[in-house]
Ligand binder design. Structure first.
Ligand code: PGA
Length: 264
């Protein structure tokens, strides 16, 4: 959570359209729940497909493992077939929502729509994990402009006080699900986290921007996760594929916990 930025690191699982059954989902949830008891320096969040949220919400206890959604709409209720509203999520005990993920942008979501969703979710008291990131890395540094435009175009019209519940995740699209090599990602992340806070300061003021958690996402695994925390200035990680099995996700929680403890 934003107020815990200095003390806890976030590890957010983005299950995407997985697993394929509720039985598997509840099993994985239970395995992760057992592991978070040994990770006091980490706030773990599982962002599950909407249809599992209700069952998983019945297994919430304590604060170390919280529940998130992967998308929501910007209206509270009404004739919007197939959509889920922030108030519905909030009433279920869901605390986080991912918005602006590159996979949703690829399906046609633009900054204006994402901004409306972010505003609606923040208004409802949800913690928003806004994803930004360039599709291609160019040597001239234009990707910084891409990230700046995504942030400014989606957040420009939102009242400042809401930003205390905002998290920004830098996810270079080319690094998602690819295990791209040959780039210094933790070092890149450090530069980008400073840049993102600078852009945010222009929108919500320096004080709030200084508290803004900035996460990294894109092919994170148990080997490189700690480096993003200790060298990359990340306040946490958004983990896709490696969050789908306890065998690959629990070591990430453990390594981030150790990395966070070493920074204390
Ligand atoms: P990945 O996904 O860890 O499988 O690259 C991350 C994400 O898309 O959030």
């Amino acid at each position: 959570m934003p107020t815990e930025r200095k003390t806890k690191k976030l590890v957010v699982a983005n299950w995407k359209m997985n697993p394929s059954s509720l039985v598997e989902a509840t099993k994985l949830w239970a395995e992760v729940k057992r592991a978070v008891g040994r990770a006091p320096h980490v706030q773990t969040v599982i962002c599950s497909p909407s249809l599992y949220l209700s069952t998983l919400s019945e297994n919430l206890s304590g604060n170390r493992l919280l529940l998130g959604a992967q998308n929501c709409y910007f209206e509270r209720s009404g004739a919007y077939t197939g959509e889920v509203s922030p108030v519905q999520l909030s009433n279920l005990g869901v605390r986080y929502v991912i918005l602006g993920h590159s996979e949703r942008r690829a399906m046609g979501e633009n900054d204006e729509l994402i901004g409306k969703k972010v505003a609606a979710a923040l208004r409802e008291g949800l913690i928003v994990i806004l994803c930004v990131g360039e599709s291609e890395r160019d040597s001239e540094g234009n990707y910084f402009n891409t990230v700046k435009a995504q942030i400014e175009n989606s957040l420009g019209k939102i009242p400042r006080r809401y930003f205390l519940n905002l998290i920004v995740t830098y996810e270079p699209v080319w690094a998602i699900s690819t295990h791209a090599t040959g780039v210094e990602l933790p070092a890149d992340m450090l530069q980008m986290s400073i840049f993102i806070r600078k852009v945010m300061a222009g929108i919500c003021g320096k004080d709030i921007a200084a508290k803004l958690p900035v996460l990294y996402g894109g092919s994170v695994d148990e080997r490189d996760c700690a480096a993003y925390i200790t060298e990359g200035g990340a306040d946490g990680l958004l983990v896709g594929k490696m969050s789908l099995f306890a065998d690959t996700f629990v070591p990430i929680i453990k390594n981030v916990n150790n990395a966070a403890a070493s920074l204390d």
